[in-house]
Write a protein that binds this ligand. Structure first.
Ligand SMILES: *[C@@H]1O[C@H](CO)[C@@H](O)[C@H](O)[C@H]1NC(C)=O
Ligand SMILES: *[C@@H]1O[C@H](CO)[C@@H](O)[C@H](O)[C@H]1NC(C)=O
Ligand SMILES: *[C@@H]1O[C@H](CO)[C@@H](O)[C@H](O)[C@H]1NC(C)=O
Length: 437
């Protein structure tokens, strides 16, 4: 394993090296389209990104991340013949994003021309040593090294707009970086986002706090990374054609203890009834399909849940340890209409990618208190939605699909014309920065 990961790391290293050289020499020919959209990629010493990849198997409390570094962070393909499906670990969004921004058409080597400065720092990977490793008792230090670099090496780049034009990806919930500086040893997390010096920068995280400050949540990467329009279109045809043989699906773990919570209620409801009367004539529709993903068995194994998601009309997205779920996005890729139980799961998170005012057109919200304490049955609520309405909602889910997926780097022009999660995140960052004048 050690030698495999070294090889992977080296491959990645050389590829980045090659690309960065090529890209930074070249100035886009589409200057007019780039007005107000130039991005400068800050050159950081490799200890802030590539070197960190060699720690991919250092932390026994997390999975060994090494196999998932393949394909610039998309992970290994699910099987050899597939063109679009990978075993993607969402923690590696920092690599995925870095690789993708190298293809952004409006990069400039001159920070003075840039509207935004991207820091290719793998903050989440670096945080592992504070969260699980030897630096657990110095989590307030997370970011010190980066700050020294920014304030000492060409300090005018960082200072000209007091950090307002800088952004980075932190591929974990913002909560993991929000430990108060004064709590030592920490309860959980590092203090990166609590440092006043970083208050002005923008962090793209997988989940924002209840009162977000610097951060904006972006979709969790799923396993679907097509590289050309025909692959996306044929998948969408499959999603449309798929027979939805169950009303609702829950793919997840938890809910086994006696504590009253929404996962427990879902588990009880799903294991109680499995079949209802035939909807039309001969064909039975299952009320609830349950994919048990306890102990992380579904991570990196999308086949376990994608097929059931394709066969279900609705996908239940209850909060767990934290309010957001990767499964929200797996479900959207499968054309499975999300059912939310609190606004913190998506509506208050992904304002850039999933327009807040359109939520009721592509999702259902049932307050968790109604289910847990007031005896509302989820199946009753969903069955009361007319068929035509369900079909309309599914079409809206399918419309959202390109916006939340991460297409593969090096994609064809046709697919590049459809904005994906990275394109929308970049638009959002540029707009956020320019709105600060
Ligand atoms: C962190 O601090 C705790 C309590 O102060 C101590 O028990 C533990 O050994 C320390 N961990 C490390 C890695 O230094
Ligand atoms: C953040 O920006 C404000 C101005 O918008 C500035 O006064 C403040 O000093 C900045 N903070 C840091 C740490 O640079
Ligand atoms: C289980 O099913 C029975 C009969 O359909 C119903 O009366 C009961 O309320 C159900 N229990 C739960 C927890 O849904």
């Amino acid at each position: 394993m050690a030698s495999t990961s070294t090889v992977t790391t080296l491959t990645i290293f050389f590829f980045f090296f090659f690309i960065e050289l090529t890209v930074s020499q070249q100035i886009s020919t589409v200057d007019s389209e780039c007005t107000g959209r130039w991005i400068h990629i800050r050159r950081l010493p490799s200890r802030f990104n590539l070197d960190l990849l060699s720690t991919c198997n250092h932390y026994p409390l997390t999975d060994d991340l090494c196999p998932y570094l393949a394909n610039h962070g998309l992970g290994p393909k699910t099987h050899t013949r597939t063109r679009s499906w990978y075993r993607t670990d969402p923690l590696l969004l920092e690599l995925i994003f870095h690789r993708r921004i190298l293809e952004y058409p409006c990069l400039t080597p001159d920070p003075n021309l840039a509207s935004a400065v991207y820091l290719p720092y793998y903050a989440g990977i670096d945080s592992l040593r504070y969260l699980y490793g030897s630096d657990v008792n110095s989590s307030a230090d997370h970011g010190s090294d980066l700050l020294s670099f920014l304030t000492q090496d060409s300090p005018e780049i960082w200072s000209r707009r007091s950090g307002h034009d800088h952004f980075l990806v932190m591929a974990r919930p913002a909560w993991d970086f929000s430990q108060p500086l004064t709590v030592d040893p920490p309860i959980w997390g590092t203090s990166f986002l609590e440092r006043p010096e970083f208050f002005n920068l923008t962090a793209l995280t997988l989940e924002s706090r209840f009162w977000p400050w610097q951060e904006q949540a972006v979709p969790y990467p799923t396993s679907f990374h097509p590289h050309s329009l025909p692959f996306l279109e044929s998948w969408i045809r499959r999603v449309r054609r798929s027979r939805r043989t169950s009303l609702m699906l829950f793919a997840g773990g938890g809910g086994t203890s006696s504590t009253l919570n929404i996962r427990r209620s879902i588990r009880l409801e799903c294991t109680n009834v499995t079949e209802t009367e035939p909807e039309t004539s001969s064909e039975k529709i299952k009320t609830c399909d349950f994919v048990d993903c306890s102990n992380g068995i579904c991570e990196h194994d999308p086949i376990r849940f994608m097929r059931p998601m394709l066969q279900s009309s609705f996908c239940l997205q209850p909060p767990g340890d934290t309010p957001t779920r990767k499964a929200t996005f797996d479900g959207i890729i499968a054309g499975c209409i999300p059912v939310f139980f609190e606004d913190q799961t998506a509506k208050m998170q992904y304002g850039w990618h999933l327009p807040e005012e359109e939520f009721s057109e592509f999702s259902v919200t049932i307050a968790k208190e109604d289910v847990v304490f007031r005896g509302v049955r989820i199946a009753d609520v969903l069955m009361s939605i007319p068929k035509e309405e369900v079909a309309r909602m599914r079409e809206r889910v399918i419309e959202m699909m390109p916006r939340v997926m991460y297409r593969r780097h090096g994609a064809s022009m046709g697919l590049m014309n459809k904005k994906d999660a990275v394109d929308i995140a970049i638009d959002g960052v540029l707009q956020k920065i320019s709105s600060r004048g």
